[in-house]
Design a protein around this ligand. Structure first.
Ligand code: GDP
Ligand code: MG
Length: 176
C-alpha cells in the first residue's frame, strides 16, 4: 500500500532562527516548538490527504548551515519543492532568501520550479522589520515565486502553505 502512495519531497531552507523547525513541527505534529536548537536538522515523513488521495510528504528541515556548502547541494538535488523561510522581524533573513533562490534555480537549470517564499512569525507584527508589500512585490514580480505569511506559533497559514507547495509540485510535474 505504502509503495503506491504518491510521495512529495519538500526541503525547508532559510537562515537560522526563522522558524523552519517550528513550521515543520507545526505541520507534521501540530505542536509549537519553543525551544530553539539551531543545529538540529531533521527529516520527517507525514501522511496526509490531498485532493481525495492519500499521499506521503517527506520534509527535510535543514539546519542553518553555510549557504554554498556541499550539504546544500545535496538538499537541492533531493528536493521537488523548496520552502524559503524568513522571519518578518529580521531584515537580514529576508536578504538571505535571494541567494538560496538563485542557487536552487542554477542547480535545477530552470527559471521556474516549485518554490515558495514564507514570511514567518506574522504574530510579531510589532517587531516587523520587513515591509510586507515590498516583500510581496519582490518575490512575486521580481523573483516570480509566490509569497505567504505564516505564524508557526499561532498556527496561521501553516497547513495552507504546505498544501499549496504540494499542489505546486503536482502542477509542475503535469507540465513536464
Ligand atoms: P529554525 O532555526 O529556522 O529552525 O528556527 P526554529 O523553528 O528553531 O525557531 C527559532 C525560534 O523562533 C524559536 O524560539 C521558536 O519558538 C521561534 N518561532 C518560530 N516560529 C515562530 C512564530 O511563528 N512566531 C514566533 N513568535 N516565534 C516563532
Ligand atoms: Mg531548525
Amino acid at each position: 500500500q505504502d509503495e503506491l502512495m504518491k510521495e512529495y519531497k519538500v526541503v525547508v531552507l532559510g537562515s537560522g532562527g526563522v522558524g523552519k523547525s517550528a513550521l515543520t513541527l507545526r505541520y507534521v505534529q501540530g505542536l509549537f516548538l519553543t525551544r530553539y536548537n539551531p543545529t538540529v536538522e531533521d527529516f520527517y515523513r507525514h501522511h496526509t490527504r490531498l485532493d481525495e488521495e492519500e499521499v506521503t510528504v517527506e520534509i527535510l528541515d535543514t539546519a542553518g548551515t553555510e549557504q554554498y556548502s556541499s550539504m546544500h547541494q545535496l538538499y537541492i538535488d533531493h528536493g521537488q519543492a523548496f520552502v524559503l523561510v524568513y522571519a518578518i522581524d529580521n531584515k537580514q533573513s529576508f536578504r538571505d532568501v535571494e541567494p538560496l533562490l538563485n542557487q536552487i534555480l542554477d542547480m535545477k537549470k530552470t527559471r521556474n520550479y516549485p518554490i515558495i517564499v514564507v514570511g514567518n512569525k506574522s504574530d510579531l507584527e510589532d517587531l516587523r522589520e520587513v515591509d510586507r508589500e515590498q516583500a510581496e512585490r519582490t518575490t512575486k514580480d521580481l523573483w516570480l515565486v509566490p509569497h505567504i505569511q505564516t505564524s508557526a506559533k499561532e498556527d496561521y497559514n501553516v497547513t495552507e502553505m504546505f498544501r499549496r507547495v504540494l499542489r505546486m509540485i503536482n502542477s509542475y510535474q503535469n507540465k513536464q
